[in-house]
Design a binder for this molecule. Sequence first.
Ligand code: GDP
Ligand code: GDP
Length: 463
Amino acid sequence: MLPVIALVGRPNVGKSTLFNRLTRTRDALVADFPGLTRDRKYGQASYDGFDFIVVDTGGIDGSEEGIETEMAEQSLLAIEEADVVLFLVDARAGMTVADQAIAQHLRKQEKKVFVVANKTDGIDADSNCAEFYQLAMGEVYQIAAAHGRGITGLLNSALQPVIEDLAKERQQLIDEDPFAAYDDEHQAQGEGEEGEQEELADKAIKLAIIGRPNVGKSTLTNRILGEERVIVYDMPGTTRDSIYIPMTRNDREYVLIDTAGVRKRKKVSDVVEKFSVIKTLKAIEDANVVLLVIDARTGISDQDLSLLGFALNAGRSLVLAVNKWDGLDSDVKDRIKSELDRRLGFVDFARIHFISALHGTGVGHLFESVEEAYDSATKRISTAMLRRIMDMAQADHQPPLVRGRRVKLKYAHAGGYNPPRIVIHGNQVHELPDSYKRYLMNYYRKALDIMGTPIKIEFREGD
Ligand code: GDP
Ligand code: GDP
């Protein structure tokens, strides 16, 4: 369970600067959701030992009439769903009317809010910040986002208690839960020790069904649940959490992570759950395999690509379902397929299924790919095998010369799994062109028969 921090404040106080600093170590995870949100940014952050999701709610200018209507729905939702709100103000500009309006709005939210005075570099910070105590929102934290000053202290105060609460909450759920098979503690992430492989085979596969609003997530979830014996136990969760539904399929245990909130609704036609990017992010983080649903009727959107980016960067296994495949003309189908080829080349490891959740067509086959992806991601591969494949790849196609010297791969070993990581040692390996890295990855993928999961190759200089 990752804590969520929302950054709130009027324009120009330094929200993006702070956002970038917080997400820098994992900056590839930053994604915009154009259209859906007024250029809100969501990112996975890792800062000074803290892991969390950060949302730059941006664009609130408290001077408008009726702040609620002016704020994008996702910004409001982000504040609602956040564990902590960082309310940024500008220490140089001093208090403004807009700050007061935002404060008033936040006070109504019953949220844990921290007032953060930014740009305290090169000024008499204490006297400049004094007036922000008038907001009556407690301590005023002094930072200089541009210089990384004060951030660790702020996170210690803002996040530590939340993390402890979340851990307690989670422990309670596990204590109450007869199907604690998806307890994170035992999920393999990385190490890849002997013996763990067998243990993994017994674990429930956590499958997150994600996608934009209206692509058919609920319909698909209902279809899956309708066909299967569902162990009638819904993981209790708050409104901002997905519902966890244990089920079995083909003799394997699953926990469906339902981001569409199906089990809470009686029928698909009941009030549709608000699409929440945060909920989706958390589901991806918690899943072993991500099933991304795309709507054949609308084609691939930027939001689909953003969601894919999240899944990819989290290193999750992936299966794609192109839904609403029923009743389409064959020329339309061809057009969609060529669009998929063109735009989804970067996730060519993922199987694509064409389904109709409404009619149930193709739904059964999805699970073959989900299983394959999970097994691929958790497969244990011996050093001898990795080394042999490396030698074969090198013999088939030599690495290039760099400044007159041939790059030489010497040794390979496993660096972990879920997703599989391969470490290759050699001379000048950092000079390897991307094309050769891609060649190696594809070679490993074929030789090891790994499908549905990204493979990460790390290169190290020397033996
Ligand atoms: P946003 O509109 O709230 O996202 O604000 P930005 O992050 O875009 O920052 C607005 C301006 O403030 C930019 O010119 C930043 O370089 C500047 N800025 C941000 N943080 C600091 C800081 O810690 N000190 C100083 N002196 N300037 C800063
Ligand atoms: P969600 O917002 O992603 O959960 O989407 P829903 O499951 O609520 O579906 C949105 C709309 O698409 C509903 O009107 C569904 O009946 C319709 N729909 C879902 N799956 C299919 C499908 O396979 N074919 C067709 N033609 N319509 C579908």
